[in-house]
Structure formats: structure tokens, C-alpha cells
Design a protein around this ligand. Structure first.
Ligand code: SAM
Length: 432
């Protein structure tokens, strides 16, 4: 059987993605699981796939300049993007090899007659390399949605809110591959044991602290073998999550022995941290509308040794004894605009009208949550959206309808200020 190379695998994934088969992260994971690639080739394949999706608008702008706007077959467009991405974004592959390989892949995939066209477009750019690099820099300033490859409506929305400099920082953040962060699971281990184990497993890490979390809780993983292969992972000594996600749990301030409703809980990143905060003592009801995702909570709880969680598939919450909970977390489904660097193809899927639909759904979730909280209890509402419609506005409208709730604190984490994924967290109290 012929051995596929990373570029061909990348092209295959990108073609499936262009056909709308699945999220690009899932297509990549599936393809890499079946491929026998060296770690370096896996890294290259991922870099090419994510790079081409992130920089799609800029790459297509370059292609239009040389093709007079003529529409290519999707696969040919992908091959041109692949060549240009390697030429202008990566420096580890010599440019003549980039052109040669793109032409070869075109031939192998049945585009022999068009291989001259691929060659001409890429060679054209090879000759104009320095001018093109300058043009690309200018494009970032003159037409940021094209220069930084984002939908125009989103860039305009952010520009109106934060101005040019901060929007530029956000666009750059979204285009930068994210770091991996691990939260220690203190139900299973302690810092000394975890770090000794990581040293023996070849994990390189840094301790990271932000003021909204306890010391020594989060580590940035600089390099590591595949995480699922590590004993420290299998034994549940850590959970991978961005530091921004800890803020909502911090604001919930749960105590051992309390009752907690986590209304949008899957896959359980916050549920399991709440359990850790409660020292695994008390009752957490982790609810979600997705049965598949509910299984992820169960798997994560089992791996992390969390035993105080009961999962409930919505809308079956009413079958629960009508407990009035001490704390309720509503970590609502949202547009995810704060985590765009991690959701690689999100920027091309999200539509402006989605924000209004989400706002209504989020408000409805808060309305459902409200009567489940005991008087004097705490309700935390959180999202990983940067959009005020989904954040402050939802809370404002909820408060206008529920005089028995008071806003105790509200915080927004912004990538260009806080250096973490975007998040919004409001802490409300039901008056006693
Ligand atoms: N809290 C989770 C964590 O920290 O791992 C992340 C939750 S994610 C932001 C939002 C979740 O809300 C998804 O798992 C989705 O299935 C769920 N969801 C969507 N609509 C819902 C609804 N009407 N009621 C409850 N959950 C919902």
C-alpha cells in the first residue's frame, strides 16, 4: 500500500472540510489516528490543515490576484492555498520544493492538465516574493478582514467596540496556534507528584498563575508526548482546559457538602473543577441536552475520580426531587468568539444572525435556572463569547425581569488584555 505523505493527507482533510463533512478538528483527528506518520509529519500535517483554514481569506486574495478571479475546482484551490501558505507562512520548506510538490500532488490527484497552471501561479509568486510580503503587511492595515483572514462583519463589529489597535491584537491572537494548559486534579494527586511524573514522562511545562485562580493549579504544557498515552493522564492527575474557564468556578465559590446544579455541563471541565473545589463532598447535578456529550462528563468524572456528580439528560430535570440548589452554574452555549484561536473553522461558520438567536436561548436558560436556586444562593452565568449581546445584555434583561436577583460581580476576560481565551462571568445572588 502506498504511504501517504503529510501534505496529501492535509489536502484530503481540507477537501472533506470544503465538502462540509465535519469540523476540521474532528477530520484531522480521525485522519491522524489512521495514518502512520512520524511526530514531525503529524505536526506538519496539523500546521498545514489549520493554517490553510485560518488564513483562507488571505490565501484566496492572493490567488484571485493571479487568476483574474476565475473560480477553480475546490481541490485545485486547496493546492494553490497549500503552496502559497508554505511559501509565505512557513520557512522550513525550500520554495522550489513547495512548487515542485504542489505540481506533483496535482498530477497524482488527476489534475495533470492543470499542473502547468498551478506551477505558473506559484512560480509567479516566487518571483515576486519580497513585493508580496510587503503587500500582505499593507493588507493587514488597509483591509484587516482580508489581511488577517476574518469575516468582514466580525472585524467591523470588534473595531466599533475596541478600535483599531485592540482589534488588530485580537485578530493576531485568533491566528496564533494556542498553548495547551493543564489543570491539576487535586482529588488524585499533588503538585510534587504530578511534576515528578511529568518529568519522567517527558512533559515540559511551566507553572502559570492568574489572579482569579489558586496558586499552582494551572500548568502550560510546552511539549509532550500524545497526552492520552501518558499514565498521568490515564490516572486522572490533570484535565486540559484554558485558564479562562476557571473564573466561572472561582466565582461560584462552592463549599464541600453543598448542592450544585450545573445546567450546561458537558464535557465537564467546570463540573469536575467544582467537584475538586468541594473536595468531592456534596451533590452536583450535571445536566446537558446532548446524550453523547453527557457521556464525556461520565468519562471525565471516572478518570478524575469525581464521585459526587450525577448526570441528567435534559429536559428531564423535573424528574429530580425539587431541590433548591445552593449554587447554579449556567455556562451557556454561545457564539464562542472568545475561543476562536482554538475553534479553527468557527470564523467561517458563524453568522451575525446567530448572535440574536443565542441571546434568546441564553436568557431562556437563565429563566429556567432562576427558580431552582434557594434564597441566598449564588447563580453564575458564563460564556466564552466576546459579544455584549450574549453577556452583559442577557444579564441586564434577566435582572430587569427578576427583582429577587442582585448582580454581585461581573467580569470579562479579553485575550488582548488578560492573555487568555475570552470569557464573561457574572455572579448573581438570590436575595434571602
Ligand atoms: N460547562 C462545560 C465545561 O466547562 O466543560 C462547557 C459547556 S458548553 C459552553 C455548552 C453546553 O451547553 C454544551 O455541552 C451543549 O450541549 C449544552 N446545551 C446546549 N443547549 C442547551 C440547553 N438548552 N440546556 C442545557 N444545555 C445546553
Amino acid at each position: 500500500m502506498a504511504v501517504e505523505k503529510p501534505r496529501e493527507i492535509a489536502v484530503r482533510i481540507l477537501k472533506q472540510h470544503a465538502e462540509g463533512r465535519d469540523y476540521v478538528e474532528i477530520l484531522l483527528e480521525t485522519a491522524l489516528a489512521d495514518a502512520s506518520l512520524s511526530p514531525a509529519d503529524r505536526g506538519l500535517c496539523q500546521e498545514l490543515v489549520y493554517g490553510l483554514v485560518r488564513w483562507q481569506a488571505t490565501l484566496d486574495w492572493l490567488i484571485v490576484r493571479k487568476t483574474g478571479g476565475r473560480t477553480q475546482k475546490p481541490l485545485l484551490q486547496i493546492l494553490l492555498r497549500l503552496g502559497l501558505y508554505q511559501m509565505f507562512w512557513l520557512d522550513r520548506i525550500p520554495n522550489h520544493a513547495v512548487v515542485h510538490e504542489a505540481v506533483e500532488i496535482a498530477r497524482r490527484l488527476g489534475f495533470g492538465p492543470q499542473s502547468g497552471f498551478v506551477n505558473a501561479v506559484l512560480r509567479g509568486y516566487l518571483r515576486e516574493r519580497a513585493e508580496t510580503e510587503k503587500l500582505l503587511e499593507e493588507l493587514k492595515i488597509k483591509q484587516p478582514h482580508l489581511g488577517s483572514s476574518h469575516p468582514e462583519w466580525l472585524v467591523e463589529r470588534w473595531h466599533a467596540r475596541w478600535g483599531g489597535a485592540r482589534t488588530t491584537q485580537l485578530l493576531e491572537w485568533n491566528n496564533t496556534p494556542p498553548a495547551t494548559f493543564a489543570r491539576i486534579n487535586t482529588l488524585r494527586t499533588d503538585t510534587a507528584k504530578l511534576t515528578a511524573q511529568w518529568n519522567s514522562e517527558g512533559v515540559r511545562f511551566l507553572v502559570r498563575n492568574w489572579e482569579w485562580m489558586g496558586d499552582g493549579l494551572v500548568f502550560q504544557l510546552e511539549s509532550h508526548p500524545p497526552l492520552a498515552s501518558l499514565a498521568s493522564f490515564q490516572q486522572g492527575w490533570f484535565y486540559v482546559q484554558d485558564p479562562s474557564t476557571l473564573l466561572a468556578v472561582q466565582e461560584l465559590k462552592t463549599q464541600p457538602g453543598e448542592t450544585v446544579l450545573d445546567l450546561c455541563a458537558a464535557p465537564g471541565g467546570k463540573t469536575t473543577l467544582i467537584a475538586q473545589q468541594m473536595k468531592n463532598q456534596g451533590h452536583i447535578v450535571a445536566a446537558d441536552v446532548s446524550a453523547d456529550r453527557l457521556k464525556l462528563i461520565q468519562e471525565n468524572c471516572a478518570r478524575l475520580g469525581v464521585t459526587c456528580v450525577k448526570t441528567i439528560l435534559l429536559p428531564n430535570l423535573n424528574s429530580q426531587p425539587s431541590t433548591s440548589y445552593d449554587r447554579v452554574l449556567v455556562d451557556a452555549p454561545c457564539s464562542n468568539t472568545g475561543v476562536m484561536r482554538r475553534r479553527v473553522d468557527l470564523r467561517w461558520r458563524i453568522r451575525p444572525e446567530e448572535i440574536e438567536r443565542l441571546r434568546k436561548a441564553q436568557l431562556e436558560l437563565l429563566r429556567q435556572a432562576a427558580p431552582r436556586l434557594r434564597p441566598g444562593g449564588v447563580l453564575v452565568y458564563s460564556t466564552c463569547s466576546l459579544e455584549p449581546e450574549e453577556n452583559q445584555n442577557v444579564v441586564k434583561q434577566f435582572l430587569s425581569e427578576h427583582a429577587e436577583f442582585k448582580l454581585r460581580s461581573e467580569r470579562e476576560l479579553l485575550p488582548f488584555i488578560d492573555g487568555v481565551d475570552g470569557a464573561y462571568v457574572a455572579r448573581l445572588e438570590r436575595t434571602p
